[in-house]
Write a protein that binds this ligand. Sequence first.
Ligand SMILES: [Zn+2]
Length: 271
Amino acid sequence: MPELPEVETTRRGIAPHVRNRRVAAVVVRCSRLRWRVPSALMRELPGCTIRAVRRRAKYLLLDAGEGTVIVHLGMSGSLRVVPAATPPQKHDHVDIVLVGGQALRLRDPRRFGAVLWTRDDPGRHPLLRALGPEPLEKDFSGARLFRATRARRRAVRDFLLDSAQVAGIGNIYANEALFRAGIRPQRKAGRLTRTECDHLVHAIRAILRRAIRAGGTTLRDFRSADGAPGHFQFHLRVYGRAGETCDRCGGRIRGRRLGQRSAFYCASCQA
Ligand SMILES: [Zn+2]
């Protein structure tokens, strides 16, 4: 599943090719994605110029002046910039064709992705309005995390996965950040100290930035039609490594069920 770093890398990859480009047409080969691709997108987007490509949590926002295209990659979605004449493959469901002959093409085999259109402030869209702060921006801070976690009995890992508390952190990055900060995933969020909150915010940023950097080197070319982007290849220190050796202390990594998802940690490095 594309996580925040993959979405951010996609944003950086496509932005130079679509920014300041006028939309010539929208081609929808399959509108049955997670939500139906709205017909207003086909009517209203052509003729608009894409002014900017932004990201909010795991949503990409194409600012087209008259409105905003909201794209989510779901479980298996990817975006490419291809010559518009490139024959579509089986799962290439939506093209935003640009004046000049290129097209922004969504491939989504499992069709859990979304392509939506709003003429209002996208920040007030039902999918976006309840999102918490962006983890890479200043308003997500140790002080804020400390305030938000007071009296919370929920496991800190689950607190991090709650997009109303902090936007766009998936299970892999939550587990890796908790390892880096020395905090067990199952610890009650309300028991974090102020210093631990500072360390955790720092760890989350470091992990996400490193993954974005890795993405920048893994996915060099958003203009090739093949080469599906997967997870970035960077070294995971705890996630998926139950029973293996901790590379910090030599102890054993543990895996356990926590809520609906697995949690991974080192009992000696994390308290
Ligand atoms: Zn360890």
